[in-house]
Design a protein around this ligand. Sequence first.
Ligand code: COA
Length: 328
Amino acid sequence: MYGGGNVFETMKATALADEDPVKLAEFEARIDRGEKIEPTDWMPQLYRKQLIRMIEQHAHSEIIGALPEGTWITRAPGFKRKLALMAKVQDEVGHGQLLYSAAETLGKSREAMLDDLVSGKSKYSNIFNYPAFTWADSCFISWLVDAGAIVNQVANSKGSYGPYCRALERICAEESFHLKYGHHCVIHLATGTKKQREMMQAAVNRWWAPMMHFFGPSDKISVHSEILMRWKVKMASNDACRQQFLDMYVPKIWELGLTIPDEKLRKNPETGEWEFTEPDWEEFKRVINGDGPCNKERLAVRKLAEERGRWVRKALLAPKAKYVTPLA
Ligand code: COA
């Protein structure tokens, strides 16, 4: 539906039919045995393509994700918060570095990936296309968006592609500090003055729908899940991650006296599953295809950073200048 489901099915069937069946069977047997696939190992073209797509989007999400929080560094309340937020934003950009490096092992250059980001060809996470109006928005991102990311990344760090898994392990370790920092910030506001509590509640109200979208379309309409799960790139489906997030964090949000803007949200005692209002997938589709509240602004900032940093990249790649002493 989002990438053209039937078209993808046909492409997948054709791509797999083109592969050497013996090599394909060996590759799948390795995956079934839980072995890691490394960059120089044989892999089907579709595995390579899917990994590049997913890791590249993930890398873009890290560097674009630094933008809404980055604008709060100078306005964070107090020196300690400024220091912690600055370190967090720096970590996120570092995660981008790790992920671009992992994607490069599959044959796409970093320059090509960044070009595809700026031109709008590549996607990045829906959630970073919303504005962080208040300090509480920044706190929501640090706690709950990072919590959602951890749910997804801990699962996928046990996946099949070595460089991606190793990057995810390191990222998860750092994200767990972000989570604690974000939780502390939210507790502070949720147990603070009336104005602080209202500001935190307004942030939860604003971010809940994008948060539900964050895990991707429901399994019924997800395009890539089936093949990614067969090849253990994705170790949990979109719905499974969403359920795990709700299970772990809804009680914590309620515990702080905050409400969640969904009247249907409840845990079904018989199935143990969370029930909720079906997210608006049309809105999701609009946002991931470039028409969210901040898409244009985010890409414009990225473009500016690319342009302003060009001389640095050029200088780094230039042959070493010959040192000539002034008196020689
Ligand atoms: N934001 C933006 N796009 C999203 C999205 C989201 N939250 N969730 C899904 N999509 C896009 C997919 O990229 C895909 O588009 P494409 O075919 O043009 O690439 C389309 O919606 C269909 O979704 P689906 O078939 O479910 O994609 P998927 O199997 O790749 O699953 C993720 C989507 C995000 C769960 C998966 O790619 C993933 O786990 N990525 C790594 C983690 C990550 O990027 N986290 C984000 C920031 S920390």
